[in-house]
Ligand binder design. Sequence first.
Ligand SMILES: Nc1ncnc2c1ncn2[C@@H]1O[C@H](COP(=O)(O)OP(=O)(O)OP(=O)(O)O)[C@@H](O)[C@H]1O
Ligand SMILES: [Mg+2]
Length: 445
Amino acid sequence: MSDTTTTIEQPSAEVSGRPIRLDDVTKRYPGQTKPAVDGITLEIPAGKVVMFVGPSGCGKTTTLKMINRLIEPTNGRIVLGDEDVTQIDGDELRRRIGYVIQAGGLFPHMTVATNIGLVPKMLGWSKERIAARVDELLELVSLDPDTYRDRYPRELSGGQQQRVGVARALAADPPVLLMDEPFGAVDPITRQRLQDELIRIQEEVQKTMVIVTHDFDEAVKLGDWIVVFEEGARIVQYDTPERILAEPANEFVENFIGSGAGLKQLTLRRVRDVDVADAVVVKPGTTGKDALQQAENAGHGHVVVVDDRERPLQWLSRRQLSRIDVIDARLDPALPVVSGAATLNDALDTMLVTSVGAALVTGRRERFEGVIDVETVMEAIRDARANAANSEGAPVGMNSGSIGLTPSLIAAGEAAQAAHAGDEAATATATDDARADHTERGAAG
Ligand SMILES: Nc1ncnc2c1ncn2[C@@H]1O[C@H](COP(=O)(O)OP(=O)(O)OP(=O)(O)O)[C@@H](O)[C@H]1O
Ligand SMILES: [Mg+2]
């Protein structure tokens, strides 16, 4: 039964996430004829982001909630790292798995700091350690600690609540983060920002993340892997975004992707992956005449004004410069800025909205890095068409059979079961025997 090769890579040193395996997991709700989740076997690689997509009612939330056992599976095993967690205490398990729901799911009567510090408090951390962690996390999700730590959720915007929700889920540094439509309730621009932020955070923390979404573009943008489900959490395709776009498994997936697969390829590439152009950069206080001279010398039509920390303030044409005496430190609210983590699709949106045909690119700490224009994006579309990645090494995902548990896992499972007394242990063992049969058949077939 351990014949089936698993393809999960060994996590590298920086990866703090751990792999998750669902092994032949089924959920039957009482009174329902069909199972909500039908014998799913799924590998979720360590430190990767796996997106769940599929039509309403197909079992995404049920599958997600079985991972932290907010919903108990009817059958099957859940393995976190190399530990079978199907039998361990559910509350204990949930302290090791961050969970984010729509609108953050914050407790309204608690401050931001108290909300974020909940799990650390349960774990018995000292007050000082919790306070330091709260501030660190607020910084991580781009909320100023002094401004926000003592506010109540109702005093925050939807996007800010969502950020606090992410901070809370990360509080005790769990290896796994589960999110159920985390950005479903915010406006498109805030959603784009939160997505970019999540990408940046993930680069830092390298958790194993499972995210449910209704938005296929979001799945393509955030996912290392995407699972497309149909009813009963049956896996239709489990592959990279590139492959799903280039080679949808069937008509169901094709319909799900929707129109414009070519344009969606743009969602796969980030601004920082393409070459940005240099610009003439000046500081406030420079005379218009000087700036104009610099632009002329460089053969550029514009100059970028940045503040002391290199963050862009204004983007002035030669014409504007010719009318300016001394450049001030004003921030132009309509400045077309995209972060390096933004997708080319987002960059294109920004360019089109501002009708400049180009945008300023910022990197870490919002520092100015260069200019991206429409031609660069067009080139990237042509590239993307030319090379769709191949899916070798895709993790296991199926609704028949089992991935096979390694001896150490079986030992762990048995130890866990031994801890259960009387009838419960007997039931678990009986279920196990049934599963062993099933597995043999799965492997034979
Ligand atoms: N507590 C419950 N009792 C009975 N049936 C349930 C229960 N929760 C969910 N179901 C059913 O199980 C199926 C899967 O539900 P689930 O919430 O997992 O779907 P979903 O894919 O998350 O849908 P959505 O995209 O609408 O959130 C649905 O048919 C649903 O009606
Ligand atoms: Mg759901």
